[in-house]
Ligand binder design. Structure first.
Ligand code: ZN
Length: 194
């Protein structure tokens, strides 16, 4: 529960089975979707003990200390609202997330690299507007040519994503283990399919 509580989440698949708690902001939305905001159970119990969170749901399992028995929290909600970050950092991860982990030329999902749309040799800079996820074959095919020269086209114009757009994108990539008590909070405000 220090300055890192916003980003220090359980990421390893094996730890997902060790009773982590889904962490909700004070508005009952997950603090983060990707990675999903999950604390190790020890952190969740500690935060509840320090009165920083309310427990919303619990596992059947308990932990015992010499003088008490506690059911492990499966969902906790912060008592103080944390302002979502507005600025989106230009990182490899965020760029892949913007592009949905797909090659922006052919749509394939494997073997992703980065491609400068306007090649660096032609003065193209490294920016949201000029870098896209690309599979190795497309990257090779494009080489240091312009789009027109190589006859390739982008699936969508590259631009800086908003924090909200990245958040929504992150929902498409849930961890491979989800506890049933988390479901209501992950999808309750998702758009309904017609
Ligand atoms: Zn490709």
């Amino acid at each position: 529960m220090d300055g890192n509580f916003r980003t220090n989440f359980v990421r390893e698949p094996s730890a997902l089975r060790q009773h982590p708690a889904l962490v909700l902001n004070a508005d009952y939305r997950p603090l983060s979707y990707y990675p999903l905001s999950l604390w190790p159970w020890q952190d969740a119990v500690k935060a509840a003990f320090l009165d920083r969170v309310d427990i919303v749901a619990e596992y059947d399992e308990v932990v015992r200390s010499p003088n008490m028995v506690i059911r492990i929290p499966s969902v906790v909600v912060l008592k103080d609202f944390v302002q979502p970050q507005k600025r989106v950092a230009f990182t490899r991860f965020n760029l892949f997330l913007r592009d949905e982990f797909r090659c922006q030329y052919c749509g394939s999902k494997g073997d992703l690299t980065f491609d400068h749309v306007v090649p660096r040799a032609s003065g193209g800079i490294t920016s949201w507007q000029n870098v896209v996820a690309a599979c190795a074959p497309c990257n090779l095919r494009k080489g240091s040519k312009s789009l027109r020269q190589c006859g390739m086209s982008l699936r969508k114009p590259p631009r800086p994503p908003s924090a909200q757009e990245l958040l929504n994108m992150g929902r498409k990539f849930p961890p491979n283990h989800l506890h049933e008590s988390w479901m209501d909070f992950l999808y309750w405000d998702a758009e309904l399919q017609a």
